[in-house]
Design a protein around this ligand. Structure first.
Ligand code: PHE
Ligand code: FE
Length: 296
């Protein structure tokens, strides 16, 4: 177990007083969750497990089972940490919300995964803008049990610290990689396409859309192509990138990105919905229902 960061002060939230340790780090105030909070967890957990059967990657579902998450109550980070630390050496830390970029990268580089301690309200079941406990815990944490993905996340954190030192363009390219893999990635198994991205697995609508809709493009993973591709933050993705295995992620992202950043910064970015002649296209999207602007 990593040493707890030094406690700095107490802050008052609408859940009562929460001890704060370092920038945004809090101890999970588990006793303060209301029956309504646990109920939101139960509803979302049950609904997503049903949607994800046969849709999420086998590894994701197996890992989620192995962690002992259940619909009964919001899991305790301290309980999950016992299993996670023994399995892959990752530790969950509670946070108020999004952290400054460099802090976030530093946590990942040290195998600490920040999890929002609060859960969305009942009227936010279908959609919430900010990452809450359900997205973080249900969506991100299971794959941290998988050694190869656990290593990818740590390498990403180190890459983030490095990109932060290089400059905003490098950071933007690295962020696109996170978006199109960790958040919205698809994986090809023997029996077809499955989901592993956390942004998808924590959303009922996008779980179905990403696999079954004709609208979005599904394109084979290509590191440099992804690093140039803009994305959506307010609608379903226009394009999903498909890996063949988690090992492919580690191998493709192993090389030093410094010369890649330098080379790609001279090239134009690619709109979220565009298909290039050089793409290995698995499904060309119809574009039905797409917004005409708003790519990030
Ligand atoms: N190889 C990358 C670099 O040199 C680091 C990295 C690894 C980035 C894995 C993302 C994912 O910056
Ligand atoms: Fe996320």
């Amino acid at each position: 177990m990593n040493a707890k960061p030094q406690r700095l002060e107490n802050i008052v939230t609408d859940k009562g007083k929460v001890p704060v340790y370092a920038t945004g780090i809090v101890e999970q105030p588990w006793d303060d969750y209301s029956a309504a909070d646990h109920d939101v967890w139960r509803q979302l957990y049950q609904r997503q497990r049903e949607v994800l059967a046969g849709r999420a990657s086998d590894e994701f579902l197996r890992a989620q089972d192995a962690m002992g998450m259940t619909p009964d109550a919001i899991p305790k980070f301290s309980e999950l940490n016992k299993i996670l630390e023994a399995t892959s050496g990752w530790t969950l830390i509670g946070v108020e919300g999004l952290l400054p970029e460099l802090d976030f990268f530093d946590h990942l580089a040290n195998r600490r995964f920040p999890v929002s301690w609060w859960i969305r309200r009942p009227d936010q079941i279908d959609y919430i803008e900010e990452p809450d406990l359900f997205h973080d815990l249900f969506g991100h944490v299971p794959l941290l049990m998988l050694p190869v993905f656990a290593d990818y996340m740590e390498a990403y954190g180190r890459g983030g610290v490095k990109a932060h030192g290089i400059g905003p363009e490098a950071l933007q390219m690295l962020t696109r990689l996170y978006w199109y893999t960790v958040e919205f990635g698809l994986i090809r198994q023997k029996d077809g396409l499955h989901i592993y991205g956390s942004g998808i697995v924590s959303s009922k609508g996008e779980s179905i859309h990403s696999l079954e809709s004709d609208a979005p493009n599904r394109i084979a993973f290509d590191l440099e192509r992804i690093m140039r591709t803009r994305y959506r933050i307010d609608t379903f993705q226009k394009t999903y990138f498909v890996i063949d295995s988690y090992e492919q992620l580690i191998e493709a992202t192993g090389p030093d990105f410094t010369p890649i950043y330098a080379r790609l910064s001279a090239l134009e970015s690619i709109p979220a919905g565009e298909v290039l002649a050089t793409d290995s296209v698995i499904h060309r999207g119809t574009g039905e229902g797409w917004a005409t602007d708003g790519d990030v």
